[in-house]
Design a protein around this ligand. Structure first.
Ligand code: SF4
Length: 246
């Protein structure tokens, strides 16, 4: 967890301009995407504008936890951990206006920064890798109010935002898929997106146990070969299991 003892006074859970709500900040190893295997500090913002049924961080979406911190406090925590790579993730980090200042300070401090986002909101930010995980129609929550289901669908797809991110930054497109029909949805999405680098498209099986991921790999791996995109194992599940702060 983000250690309030190590920072200046934590704020209460009120919205504060210039601050970000953080539910955890920890050292681990990147388990997904082009930088798999890279020792990294993970800064997880709390709160999300979507409600995916498969969300594996409900403490940052469905039931957000954590206090509010200033960009400088967060940078200081990253400096204390002393790891060059930082991954700013969520929840949805783009919810916070202070992300502009946080990312500016992280790059100025010499960190390599990845931002993980669903690509539904644009903010002026600075980073070395924009990791975009667009949410497909099948991501909709299954046990939620009609209001949330409608909000999820209304917000989940912003092709204009994703295109702008791809133009502005080094990027990867990461899709969570649970079954072959989800993979077909990815093809539809890519078709609508238009231009993209196939080698930056990563297909990630949905699952929280190694047995489940192994089962999914049996159909997804050949599917990726057939379509010339990358299979993206969730290596952190194999290394650490489905635990927080991994
Ligand atoms: S966008 Fe990410 S954090 Fe938000 S609900 Fe979906 S999986 Fe969870």
């Amino acid at each position: 967890m983000f250690d309030p003892q190590e920072a200046t006074k934590p704020r209460s859970s009120r919205q504060h301009q210039g601050l970000l709500r953080i539910c955890e900040l920890y050292a681990s190893v990147q388990g997904e995407g082009l930088l798999t295997g890279m020792p990294s500090t993970f800064v997880r913002t709390s709160g999300c504008n979507l409600r995916c049924w498969f969300c594996d961080t409900p403490f940052a979406s469905w039931k957000p936890e954590g206090d509010y911190y200033a960009p400088g406090e967060i940078v200081e925590q990253c400096q204390r951990l002393g790891i060059q790579h930082v991954v700013l993730t969520g929840g949805e980090p783009m919810l916070f206006g202070a992300i502009t200042e946080l990312t500016r300070q992280l790059l100025a401090a010499g960190f390599h920064l990845t931002i993980e986002t669903a690509g539904t909101m644009w903010r002026e930010v600075y980073c070395d890798l924009m990791s975009i995980s667009p949410k497909l129609p099948s991501s909709a929550p299954r046990q939620a109010s009609d209001t949330w289901i409608a909000a999820h669908h209304a917000r989940r797809q912003r092709l204009d935002v994703v295109r702008k991110m791809m133009e502005r930054f080094e990027y990867q497109l990461k899709f969570v898929v649970d079954c072959p029909s989800d993979a077909e949805e990815v093809l539809d999405y890519l078709h609508q997106l238009g231009r993209f680098d196939r080698h930056r498209v990563l297909m990630m099986p949905q699952g929280t146990s190694q047995a489940e991921l192994d089962r999914q790999a049996q159909w997804l791996l050949p599917w990726c070969q057939e379509h010339g995109v990358r299979f993206c194992p969730r290596a952190h599940i194999a290394w650490f299991g489905n635990r927080r702060q991994t």
